[in-house]
Design a protein around this ligand. Sequence first.
Ligand code: PLP
Length: 391
Amino acid sequence: MAGFPIEFSGRIKALPPYLFAAIDEMKQKAIARGVDIINLGIGDPDLPTPAPIIERLKQAAADPKNHQYPSYEGLLSFRQAVAAWYKRRFGVTLDPASEVLTLIGSKEGIGHVPLAFVDPGDLVLIPSPGYPVYPVGASFAGGVPHIMPLLKKNGFLPDLNAIPQDVARRAKLMFVNSPNNPTSVVADKDFFKRLVAFALEHRIIVCHDAAYSEIFYDGRRPPSFLEVEGARDVGIEFHSLSKTFNMTGWRIGFAVGNKQVLAGLVKVKSQLDSGVFQAVQEAGIIALQSDDQLTEGLRKVYQERRDVLVPGLKQLGLEVDLPRAAFYVWIATPKGYTSTSFTAHLLEKAGIVTTPGNGFGEAGEGYIRMTLTTSKERLVEAVERIRNAGL
Ligand SMILES: *Cc1c(COP(=O)(O)O)cnc(C)c1O
């Protein structure tokens, strides 16, 4: 059988180039040489899911009523648990039936939402540096990403005044992300107020990604977008149990907010997936009902790590801010380095894997990202190794 050349679609061919290929190769070579790699490149919690959540899954998995297809929008009991958590955490009242939607992880909802609202040629406003799913989700729907650069001079928040009038007019949807990956910056309510006004004026659907809302430091809880008046009229907020409860492998998240936007998203989902395993939703209820009991300890661990790594990097002369939330450290590359060359330097000379900032979009050039998902001891060692390697 000779077969025929199998060709990828235009949308796959148009995907951005994979910027980590060279770094991956260097990493593999270092491992093959026997280098003891410290991996500060992974955005995935290293600690296990708390035991009560696992216990609930075990019970629920054995119950035959959970073995059939779940509903598209999710168990009402899970959505009620979301609404109750939201009320306690943010003081915002949600109708579980129409203003909460269960997702197979928030990535799923983020990737699918443009299919419901973006037509070919429509503009989608995207923060850069940012989560790569925003531009890819927009492009898969035929949308055209318009980049909002996150610059230091604007506190790494999108500058709404810098968005040209004709772009704002043609934009259908905007992604925003606070606490932010990769910068760890937190938007305050004042920013959200300006965002709601902007979205109302230009009729733009806001999709706010709050995956890191519960990973915060010094007791300063990040606000929800929906705490601001009018937010529910213009958009939705994505949440995830992944980072909050060390559940990245479980695939469960949710979206809350505008009914019409959620209705569009569930229309797409009902054609493509069949919901989240009910036993996982049952376990998710336990997680949400636990409030701070399961998360306070995790935050403490990340804060201890942050307080080792960031002052250590500062002592070495690196330019870095103490994160208020999320588990990322966003570091300006020292003089003479690009994102890529600094990443390569740390790998070759110190055996440390980091992520070049330009991997999150062009506006990330001049920075690298380190993660706090490694033990304190290893972070101490990482600082020591960089000291020895020199900048
Ligand atoms: C990790 C992450 C998510 C979501 O992950 P899920 O596991 O799909 O819920 C969403 N947004 C950002 C910015 C992330 O870093």
